[in-house]
Write a protein that binds this ligand. Sequence first.
Ligand code: CTP
Ligand code: MG
Length: 231
Amino acid sequence: SNFFALIPAAGSGSRMGNELPKQYLSLAGKPMIYHALRRLCGSDRLRGVIVVLAPDDSEWARHDWSEFSDKLVVIHCGGGTRAQSVLNGLEAVRRTSSIADADWVLVHDAARPCLSERQLDKLMDELADDEVGGLLAVPVADTLKRSDNSSRVERTESRESLWQAQTPQMFRYKLLVEALSMTGGTVMTDDAGAVEALGLHPKLVLSDARNLKVTYPQDMALAELILGNSD
Ligand code: CTP
Ligand code: MG
């Protein structure tokens, strides 16, 4: 089976508080999504990279993406949620590309620009023979507090066995479509959550904090620092 990547990039970046969606904000001199594209398109093991944009996206076309043209499939079919954007992309690509039920799809956020080659390879190495699939993740490092409704500590939660989910999240095409098709209504902020809802147990592949997600304005400087220190 082949490996494909899919980048959902149809969000509005509301927590960044910028008019321009964060996937296009300038990071180390490039639109943020460029960095994820470079990493994924640069992997010999990935046959194609699918980018899912909002239907009314007008920013993508302002940039030159020709260096990635041998692998890139760009579809303007984003939905109202991340899960819907991923599902729309998977269904659209079925009609246009030669992707098979058993092929692996690595779903990776446009907002995670610092994914390293090592992390990407480790994910594929550890899951290539897996029954279910899985995701990059890191054990929680901070102490966790549960609050009441007035920002007072109700209790301290044990962080034992708790992990922070990252992307890429890697599942076989058919399972991912099946899982995401069933999520309707429930809030799923990642792909593994949809697979878990089928009663399956995705594998956690140890990553590290450098593969951060840019969510708030203050995340930009850290992402640039990490990019500057990597290969
Ligand atoms: N995403 C998407 N379609 C949506 C919502 C999100 O394709 N309807 C994508 C984003 O573009 C991003 C990834 O999913 O690459 C992770 O989502 P998140 O970090 O939450 O980005 P946004 O939803 O854009 O940001 P916010 O939640 O702050 O509005
Ligand atoms: Mg969001």
